[in-house]
Design a protein around this ligand. Structure first.
Ligand SMILES: [Zn+2]
Length: 361
């Protein structure tokens, strides 16, 4: 199995070469005190936090050039476990969730000043030392608060940050595991906490993580930060909180009723009633993708109403949004799960075509 480069006919030599070069990155971080590593670190890294920082030095060896040329492919397979925070770049490396914060918080990242700063340079345990090229809108401000919550989840230790290969169960780089991914364009789930295993885009992982910790910037949570906005729920004028918006609100109840009917499962009465299925990653994958879409669409629609002045139309409108979301996310599942998601999409489409079947209470 170890040397299995695919098993489907002739392997692609260029891709194999990438995978073999990739193993040098593993050696670079495993052989901390070896002379070759110290030499390379001294010559090419300087003050840079890690090997993934792009360099513009034209005077490099062929080996180093080769290694740098494959970095953009290989880096997506790695994530960092934060230790002292000195080797991991805050924005550009993956250390929280399944993609770099630069990807997850693109609107903020696109106006940042700092580049390639390590986590310990940016976060001192109290505040985020970042600066930006322009002032934040309300919606960017909410993203900023969420970024702060993520930073607060960091616990620094005395150990250096560790590089984890996420495409293999053991966390160790193997050429065949990378080959498998680049050759088949697979998307592999990795992490232990159940939320990261859901078959949804990285941005949704973060959203669900924040929701699970009650850190979304709902009106009540904004108030904890002394930001006073009307407390009303945009859908129904009761007070907005996470549990109201996602479960108790009349709109949420309507949506969950649809899902419950389809899956013949009790879901959507509270956060726990949704998240308990997350642990059964394989068995409940379809249900989990759909419930994530419900939560995300409630949030997305709410934000559109607050930040873009979208006006409320109808429950079927939100259901359509959910349907489209599930259809888009189906690509992240495979085999029968993908088929089941598509059949959910079809069933929902059919029920949306029957105007009298859905009422807006
Ligand atoms: Zn409400």
């Amino acid at each position: 199995m170890k040397k299995d480069f695919g098993g489907l006919g002739i392997p692609n030599l260029q891709e194999i070469n990438i995978c073999l070069l990739g193993s040098w990155i593993k050696r670079f971080y495993e052989e901390d005190l070896k002379p070759w590593k110290l030499l390379i670190a001294h010559k090419y890294l300087g003050n840079k936090p890690n090997i993934f920082v792009p360099s513009s030095n034209p005077k490099t060896s062929r080996f180093w050039k080769g290694l740098k040329s494959i970095m953009h492919v290989v880096k997506f397979g790695y994530r960092w476990n934060i230790g002292d925070g000195s080797r991991t770049r805050f924005w550009e490396d993956t250390w929280f969730g399944t993609s770099p914060l630069a990807v997850q918080f693109w609107p903020i990242y696109s106006v940042r000043n700092e580049l390639n700063k390590s986590v310990n340079e940016v976060w001192d345990g109290q505040c985020l030392k970042l600066s930006f090229r322009r002032n934040f809108s309300d919606s960017l401000m909410e993203q900023w608060f969420q970024l702060e919550e993520i930073a607060k989840s960091i616990t620094f230790t005395a150990e250096p940050d560790a590089l984890i290969w996420q495409l293999d169960n053991k966390g160790k780089y193997s050429s065949s595991s990378l080959y498998h991914v680049i050759n088949f364009r697979g998307v592999q789930p990795v992490f232990i906490p159940a939320v990261w295993k859901l078959r949804v885009p990285p941005k949704i992982h973060v959203f669900l993580w924040l929701l699970s910790k009650n850190k979304l910037m709902t009106r009540d949570n904004l108030r904890k930060r002394h930001i006073i906005k009307p407390l009303d729920c945009v859908y129904c004028l009761e007070q907005e909180s996470c549990s109201h918006l996602f479960f108790e609100c009349i709109v949420a109840k309507h949506l969950w009723a649809h899902i419950e009917e389809y899956f013949s499962s009790q879901i959507g009465s509270s956060f726990e009633s949704v998240a308990r299925f997350w642990i059964a990653t394989k068995k409940c994958s379809v249900l989990n993708t759909v419930s994530s879409a419900v939560l995300w669409c409630l949030w997305k629609y709410r934000n559109a109403m607050i930040f873009s002045n979208t006006s409320w139309i109808s429950i079927p409108q939100v259901l359509r949004l959910i349907r489209n979301m599930v259809r888009n996310w189906a690509i992240l599942s495979s085999g029968s799960d993908k088929d089941k998601l598509m059949s959910f999409v079809e069933t929902l489409t059919r029920s949306l075509q029957k105007p009298l079947a859905i009422t807006c209470g």
